[in-house]
Design a protein around this ligand. Sequence first.
Ligand code: TYM
Length: 334
Amino acid sequence: MSKKRVLSGIQPTHDSFHLGNYLGALKQWVALQKDNDAFYCVVDLHALTVETDPKLLERRTLLSAAQLIAIGVDPKQCTLFIQSHVPAHNQLAWVLECLTGFGEAGRMTQFKDKSQKGGNDRTNVGLFTYPILQAADILLYQADFVPVGEDQRQHIELTRDLGQRFNSKYKEVFNIPQAQIIKSLAKINDLQDPTAKMSKSANSMSGVIELLDLPEVTIKKFKSSVTDTGKEVKYDEKEKAGISNLLTIHSAFSGKSIKDIESEFAGKGYGDFKTQVGEIVVAALDPIRKRTEELMGDQSELLRILKSGADKANEVASKTLADAYAALGLIKNG
Ligand code: TYM
């Protein structure tokens, strides 16, 4: 049986990825690269929707690639590349924009949230067309599966709709992908506001665990995490959102079931539990931070890896784009 195609992307909008990115998406990236034909990209063009100093964007793009490799994304097992190195992403995005309704794009909840926060004057058109560029990222590679967290579900639905629309209007060019979402890890919450998703755009970073935080910072963030007035370490999303979030994190790193962790902490206070979750997370993240630093020490090697990834990505993407252009009646040059 031929391998399934997997594609996913992550924005280089901050120096460090956070625990939500890691548990919701990136751990899946690593697991899926073994038995599938996986393409993973750092979506630097998407990051332009947030105004960033150019030097900082450059650094964060490389830091993102380094972190992915440090986490276990292996350029020998998958294709790792930078989105802007493959021009077909923008080219297909335009085609898909011409197939997307204005109202349809306006219904995207991430767009509604971000534009509401920024207000009309600070909302750029790129933010509006953002999910369509994401659809192009995915459809170009004929992806079967897209490993993501829950917040991306609607964007993958739009991708499926646009792929199907193109196929039925013109010609069967695109494979229709499925979101691959692991329910229990799909929404990791903020440690200070455990009913809200952990997010790079949080107002304060005190509830956001960054992969590149120093151990003492991580431990402090766990120790001061918001819980409730009760005493029992028990999973109850409604009444004990903070404890439930910590149980999810513990279980993801320790591999123990939530039930076993609950029994382990029966009769003990929240303090012990918070400290242990912090220590388990630090043990896993510390090598990632150190490996990222090492990789950043040899940027020419990083660039070489990314170039080889872009070469492979360009081959696949330009073939799909040519098929789509031909189906549309765009005349080939020469
Ligand atoms: P981004 O960069 O915001 O996030 C990267 C991945 O992390 C997941 N994630 C979470 N999962 C669980 N809990 C959380 N608190 C949490 N926060 C973030 C996201 O769901 C995502 O999988 N639009 C995408 C980037 C993108 C993309 C693509 C993804 C561009 N093109 C093509 C897949 C395929 C984004 O902004 O992800």
